[in-house]
Design a protein around this ligand. Structure first.
Ligand code: PGA
Ligand code: ZN
Length: 442
């Protein structure tokens, strides 16, 4: 008879391994339930219970997803995912040791057996993987960032925050570009950086109100303003607000955009379609347009300027843009093979890390490591449909990501920001802001 995986593994582990790993981290129970994300969509939440600890994680969801992301749920159904946990995931995971994160994640891949987690669901894998890490940390009485990053982890990321929404995140007459972002790269502490973003967001709201009598103060999923402005108007407002806030607070803050190029790209017409502007740009014109924006608005950050298969377009931009992070989100989908292709073709100098794009913590941390070794800035990020789960705040510190992209207002965003404020306080005078000097603001 085939032995259950946990018994087999137990035999494989050596005696000294066993001594090193505490029995307090043996997984005694794993439960999944249906909860909701900030968009009111069903999602999966997982509890992992060890002999002396507990971890709980809920999964987020994207709206402008990359094509190479893992499949969120089997048959697109949270119900099916819960069934899988009960029937095939929990029986294999219970009895393993939460301290062996790589083994847990490998087991998830083995149970699933597909390349893209379509059998158990990438979001199911995400919640189990991360809840496992939290349970292990909790078993040792450690905070997650210290458990994963060790006692050397002491650098806080700069928060990259969304202020105006467009593209697939907007609705009606909003800009074509998806996100207009603030990066407070001159802040001396995380608390100061968070305050800078809040002030910029508020100021932008006031400007929009003055500009448009019909402005309702409406906000998108990510808490950014939803307003009847075009791309250039939005950039003008953003750049002015950044300048004013920098002057008022005495610390530099820069502007950025997420173009979400794949949502503008029309493959048949081979052009980027800016509907509001009634303009089409071929790849060459797109490159010129983005370079012009970087120059005119001193952009510190540009994400997904081209569609997700255009590594060449990205590379041309990365070569020509100065003092600007050229970042791939849909381009890489946190996938190490896609990142390798990007490194080879010199497609970017930064990468968005969304753990649920690949499914497990081990996969994501390998991608971060590869990025760092090759001079890419790893940026930990939320999803537009998120929950009040704060674990990515810890991952940003543990993985030494110099930036976290997680919004400025709205409950699910604030949950991460506030957790970073707590981490900074916990670290006391050991806390330091990450080093961004060589990447932006030059
Ligand atoms: P999401 O997009 O809707 O897929 O989370 C956010 C982003 O493009 O950065
Ligand atoms: Zn993006």
């Amino acid at each position: 008879m085939k032995k259950p995986r946990n018994e087999k593994r137990q035999e494989e582990t050596t005696e000294s391994d066993e001594k090193e790993k505490s029995m307090s981290t043996v997984i005694e129970d794993l439960i999944a339930r249906r909860v909701y994300n900030s968009r009111g969509e069903e999602t999966v939440e997982v509890d992992v219970v060890t002999t002396s600890g507990f971890g709980r994680v809920s999964a987020p969801a994207g709206k402008s997803r990359g094509k190479s992301e893992v499949v969120y749920y089997p048959q697109n159904s949270v119900e099916q995912a819960l069934k899988k946990v009960e029937e095939s995931v929990a029986p294999e995971i219970v009895g393993l040791n939460a301290d062996y994160q790589e083994e847990i994640d490998r087991t998830l891949h083995e149970i699933d057996g597909s390349k893209d987690f379509k059998v158990i669901g990438g979001n199911t894998a995400f919640a189990v993987s991360l809840a496992n890490a939290e349970a292990a940390a909790n078993s040792y009485g450690s905070l997650l960032f210290q458990y994963l990053g060790g006692h050397v982890a002491h650098e806080l990321p700069y928060p990259l925050g969304n202020t105006i929404s467009g593209g697939q995140h907007g609705s009606g007459k909003t800009p074509d570009i998806q996100e207009f972002l603030v990066l407070p790269y001159g802040a001396d502490s995380f608390v100061e950086a968070a305050a800078t973003n809040v002030q910029a967001h508020r100021k932008i709201g006031e400007i929009l109100k003055k500009k448009d009598k019909l402005f309702t103060g409406g906000k998108s999923d990510e808490g950014a303003w939803v307003a009847n402005v075009g791309d250039l108007e939005a950039l003008e407002i953003l750049a002015n607000a950044c300048e004013e806030v920098s002057d008022e607070l005495g610390s530099e803050c820069g502007a950025g955009i997420d173009v979400a190029g794949s949502s503008l790209w029309n493959g048949k017409g081979r052009s980027y379609v800016y509907e509001r502007e009634r303009k089409k740009r071929n790849p060459g014109e797109q490159l010129d347009f983005i370079l012009e924006l970087i120059k005119k608005y001193h952009l510190a950050y540009v994400e997904d300027a081209f569609h997700e298969e255009d590594f060449t377009g990205f590379a041309e931009l990365a070569k020509k843009a100065k003092n600007c992070l050229i970042c791939g989100d849909d381009l890489f989908t946190t996938n190490i093979e896609r990142l390798s292709r990007g490194i080879k073709t010199k497609a970017a100098n930064a990468i968005i890390i969304k753990v649920n794009q690949v499914g497990t913590l081990t996969d994501a941390s390998e991608t971060v490591e590869k990025a760092r070794k090759n001079g890419y800035t790893p940026i930990m990020a939320h999803r537009s449909g998120d929950t009040c789960d704060w674990h990515i705040a810890h991952l940003a510190v543990a993985f030494k990501c110099p930036i976290i992209k997680t919004g400025i207002v709205e409950g699910a965003r604030i949950a991460k920001i506030n957790e970073l404020i707590r981490i900074e306080e916990f670290l006391g005078n050991r806390a330091e802001m990450a080093d961004l000097k060589n990447s932006v603001g030059g």
